[in-house]
Design a protein around this ligand. Sequence first.
Ligand code: PMP
Length: 344
Amino acid sequence: MKPLQELTRKNIWELTPYSCARDEFKGRAASVFLDANENPYGTLNRYPDPLQEQLKAKLSPVKGVPASRIFLGNGSDEAIDLVYRIFCEPRLDNVVAIAPTYGMYGVCADINDVEYRAVPLHDDFTLDAGALLAATDEHTKVIWLCSPNNPTGNAFQRAAIEHILTTFQGIVVVDEAYSDFSAARPFRLDLDRFPNLIVLNTFSKLWASAAIRLGMAFASEEIIALFNKVKYPYNVNQLTQQQALKMLDDLQHVELWRATLLSERAHLLPSVAELPICKAVYPTDANFFLARMSDADQIYCYLVDRGIIVRNRSRVQLCGNCLRITIGTPDENSTLLGALRQYR
Ligand code: PMP
């Protein structure tokens, strides 16, 4: 890996971050707070902990990552945007990403005026590590990988990802939003081996908390320090922190969801695959799957007319005539199957 200073935008490396009122007395007991211009009345009147220390302490053993290597943000989308703002000089640097993949990597590149180089996966949606590396040059700061990948659903071979991590001298982001549904070892457990690795996780998928907007980035302490410097001071609100702490008290429930969704996935995939209108169902390591249909546009509209919404991905690279279908409750899945069986 290149020295972190070389990979970081000069203005960010040299930035003096905003100092929160509460940072200044940290570690000492206090009961009269006249420092932050809050209203002393009410229940949500105080600014939340800017570094979410209680939440990180509770999350750390669950994720197997020290609290000092965790960044929490307003969804993992915040972490995606921060990667650009920290590392990529607009109109000068570029990033390389797989295609197809999660759309926000490209949108955030456009917002930040950073060149986005999309490199197609192989036809079977496996990773072309050689092509990704060949697309980099001296201005490539970041390679974006998403595993299991959205919208294809498959997790990539660990060896291919490791090859990219050890060969590329810049930052490699491995977005593991869906790794809770995969049997593969998550990369967040290997931060020690890869100083250039940033892993993304989210509360929006297995943790059933998309509404609270809570995402995670795991990386070296030095990279986490950069995230903390650039983020908005109070980027994770108090209600979100409270709700996440509550979710972390109920790990059994999360395990139950995982088991139910995996068992539903095991039922739904072959049932869709055997429909005459389905040409292929692709193997998945996520809580959704991609199905190639006889006519995705028509089937999509047919389902919408019945109040069933799936994602039409037919205009996405390599995904012609493909619908992306999320695993729902047993009732929702059988409603979908029933409708597809009646399609003429
Ligand atoms: N990464 C991937 C691969 C996703 O599919 C999504 C959401 N669909 C996100 C990140 C964003 O998650 P969050 O809700 O944490 O912003």
